[in-house]
Design a protein around this ligand. Structure first.
Ligand code: ADP
Ligand code: MG
Length: 485
């Protein structure tokens, strides 16, 4: 078992109180590491280090150099990928192949923002006077970043890379369940040329996160996690009027018209909600199927779902690992029980019975059908491998059901009719709409939610914009007095 320390002002340190917490391997339930539990005092030290780094030096580091630092981090990530992928799988439960994809995306994210650093710029406006009017873009200052456990290092990368690109300094907190890959990644900072204090990593629970949000010297909060905590964060941030970016949950519709390619549809519906054990903010957890193919598609999905191999993510044969924690497992089991009251169960519905899966936090991939959209399993985010299948008649019905949710993160539509697809694209209320696919996303493209799924956009130039503020500069070119008085 390993004891980790946190990174504050370039030093690896324990919590001031000496307190630690256990980090588990969800495949076995065994403790795999200990991490410091940061108090308000530790958070304050980290924020002060970030402020000092911003004021004394980092703001003068050129965009070219920031770009080079990001590219060095990407290169190191690619080099260390096999080792970090194993840690990601052992700590989060996800199959090793999925960790490898995630960490490749981490490298790609740093490469993208490494390239973007020298392309950020302001604008010059045409104004109706003898003057030059400019909008300058400047880094926002100190960012507080709070990370979830479903894509531990990737969600950290989505926040670190654009913030470094934009010239901010930061205090980042990984989720208490999955802090290890970020702590490992932070060991690369010094070699990459990142000055001390620019990125500070603190570990701890919700209280540690809350201390970051409440700190008066933090200029912006970037949060990915539950709607419930997002709301708490926004309320707390109101005290100090910080900028907030929130990427919250979803109950995303995955819509299948009768004319969709059948094999691709079956595949896309299962992948949409079962990848990463369903622990995906954009999970296609509501599967809407047009009536002519409803029965056939349901049967095909059930047959295929039965073949999904559950197991330790370190085993290459595993297709679905354990969920991240006992708490999550219990939450999913609770929703499976609710689902049995509200709808019909087609497959799964509890814990697997295999003997070797009893210690880990495993749940069966589960499909409920004939689900009413008003049911709790169609309205509330479960964040596990639970699919709710809902039949529909016409295009308007699909649209109405799809949009009938407080969330608006993602949606997908499957059909070979481009007219129908594009009509749906225009009217679905979601931050991303896939056509004949679900889940892949690119660092070049914006990511974020409509409605109660969030505020702001990550990735692409939008992601860097979140870490900048705009200064208007007015230069008078007319030397004569205005003569008003
Ligand atoms: P879940 O409940 O699924 O674990 P959360 O939204 O609670 O998801 O957690 C996401 C991240 O938010 C974690 O890093 C967690 O420690 C942090 N967090 C939890 N509560 C708070 C809070 N009140 N303020 C700030 N951060 C929090
Ligand atoms: Mg929570």
């Amino acid at each position: 078992m390993k004891s980790y320390q946190m990174l504050i002002d370039g030093e690896w340190v324990k919590a001031g109180s000496g307190k630690t917490f256990d980090v588990l391997n969800p495949a076995t339930g065994a403790v795999m590491a200990k991490c410091p539990e940061a108090s308000d005092h530790d958070v304050d030290r980290a924020v002060r280090a970030a402020r000092r780094a911003f004021d004394e030096g980092w703001r003068d580091v050129t965009a070219q150099e920031r770009g080079r630092i990001l590219l060095r981090l990407a290169e190191r990530m690619r080099k260390e990928l096999p080792r970090l992928a194993e840690i990601e799988t052992k700590n989060s439960g996800k199959p090793l192949t999925e960790s490898e994809y995630d960490l490749t995306d981490v490298a790609t994210c740093f490469e993208y923002y490494g390239g973007l650093a020298t392309k950020l710029h302001g604008e010059v406006m045409n104004v109706p006077d003898n003057a030059i009017s400019m909008a300058m873009r400047e880094p926002l200052g100190v960012a507080g970043q709070i990370i979830p456990w479903n894509y531990p290092l990737l969600m950290a990368a989505w926040k670190l890379a654009p913030a470094i690109c934009a010239g901010c300094t930061m205090v980042i907190k990984p989720a208490e369940q999955t802090p290890l890959t970020l702590l490992e990644f932070a060991k690369f900072f010094a070699d990459a040329g990142l000055p001390k204090g620019v990125v500070n990593v603190v570990t701890g629970f919700g209280e540690t996160g809350a201390a970051i949000v409440a700190h008066k010297d933090v200029d912006k909060i970037a949060f990915t996690g539950s709607m419930e905590v997002g709301r708490i964060i926004m309320r707390s941030a109101a005290e100090t009027l910080k900028k907030v970016g929130l990427e919250l949950g979803g109950k995303s519709p995955n819509i299948f018209f009768a004319d969709a390619d059948f094999e691709a549809a079956v595949d896309g519906a299962l992948f949409g909600v079962f990848v990463n054990q369903g622990e995906v903010c954009s999970a296609g957890s509501r599967v809407l199927i047009q009536k002519p193919i409803y029965k056939k598609m349901l049967d095909a999905m059930v047959a295929k779902a039965k073949t999904i191999k559950l197991g330790d993510g370190m085993d290459r044969a595993t297709k679905m690992g354990p969920v991240v924690s006992r708490e999550q497992m219990e939450r999913i089991l609770k929703y499976q029980a609710i689902g049995k009251q509200e709808a019909k169960l087609a497959v799964g519905g509890g814990r697997p019975t295999q003997k070797d899966l009893q210690k880990g936090f495993y749940v069966q991939p589960t499909i409920f059908y004939d689900v009413k959209n008003s049911a709790r399993i169609a309205q509330e985010e479960i964040f596990g491998p639970v699919m709710s299948v809902i039949p529909f008649d016409k295009e308007e019905d699909a649209l109405r059901i799809a949009n009938d949710t407080p969330y608006g993160l993602a949606a997908a539509v499957w059909s070979r009719d481009i007219f129908k697809c594009m009509r749906m694209v225009k009217r679905l209320q979601a931050g991303i709409v896939w056509v004949n696919h679900m889940q892949p996303t690119y660092v070049e493209a914006p990511w974020g939610g409509y409605k109660m799924s969030g505020i702001g956009r990550e990735l692409g130039p939008w992601g860097a914009e979140e870490y900048m503020q705009v200064k208007q500069v007015h230069i008078n070119l007319n030397e004569t007095p205005i003569g008003w008085y």
